[in-house]
Design a protein around this ligand. Structure first.
Ligand code: ZN
Length: 182
C-alpha cells in the first residue's frame, strides 16, 4: 500500500486544477484541454527528474491557476499550504504587464528562483517547447516558433543545475524541436 496522504494530496491538486482550468484549452491548433499541461509538467518532474517532493509536485499541478484563472493565493494557501503557494507565486507572471515585458522579467528572474520553482519552470518550458514543435497555435509562423524556442532556452539556462536529467531532457526536446521546425 502506498501512502494514502500522498495520494490524496496529489489527487486533490489534480481535481482543483482541472476544475479551475475547466473552460480553457491549450493554444495549440488541436485545442487540447488545458489540464493536460500542468499534469504533464508534474509527471515529467517525477518521471524524468526522479523528484518525489510532494510540495513541488502539487505546486507543478497548480502552477498556472493563479496566472490563468480566478484562483487566489489565499485559496491555494488554505487548501495546499504555505510552501505550495510560495512555489506557485514564484512561477506566476504579472498579467498586467505587456507580453514582452513579462518575457523580459521571466528571463531576468529565472536564475533567482528557489530550486523547487526552477524545476517547475524548467518542466513547464519542456512542455511548451514540445508543443511548439508538435502542436503550435495555427497562427504562429515558423519565425514565431523559432523565437519561442530561443526564449525558452534563455529561461532554461537560468534554471539549470538543479536536476541533470531534466536539464538533459530540455536539451533533447529543444534540439528535436529546432530540427523539425528548421
Ligand atoms: Zn505552464
Amino acid at each position: 500500500m502506498g501512502d494514502i496522504g500522498t495520494a490524496a494530496r496529489l489527487l486533490a491538486a489534480a481535481h482543483f486544477s482541472a476544475d479551475r482550468h475547466r473552460d480553457q484549452r491549450r493554444k495549440g491548433a488541436r485545442g487540447t484541454p488545458y489540464i493536460n499541461h500542468p499534469l504533464e509538467v508534474a509527471e515529467r518532474i517525477v518521471r524524468v527528474g526522479g523528484i518525489g517532493d510532494l510540495d513541488v509536485l502539487v505546486a507543478a499541478i497548480l502552477h498556472d491557476t493563479i496566472e490563468d484563472t480566478e484562483t487566489t493565493a489565499d485559496e491555494i494557501e488554505d487548501q495546499f499550504g504555505s510552501i505550495v503557494v510560495a512555489l506557485v507565486l514564484e512561477v506566476t507572471d504579472d498579467k498586467s504587464l505587456t507580453s514582452s515585458e513579462r518575457k523580459r522579467l521571466e528571463i531576468e528572474h529565472a536564475p533567482h528562483l528557489t530550486p523547487g520553482a526552477k524545476l517547475i519552470k524548467l518542466a513547464d518550458k519542456i512542455s511548451n517547447v514540445a508543443d511548439t514543435e508538435s502542436n503550435p497555435p495555427a497562427s504562429w509562423s515558423r519565425q514565431r516558433r523559432r523565437d519561442y524556442l530561443d526564449f525558452a532556452e534563455q529561461i532554461a539556462l537560468g534554471c539549470r543545475g538543479i536536476n541533470d536529467a531534466l536539464d538533459a531532457e530540455f536539451e533533447r526536446v529543444l534540439a528535436q524541436a529546432r530540427d523539425r521546425i528548421g
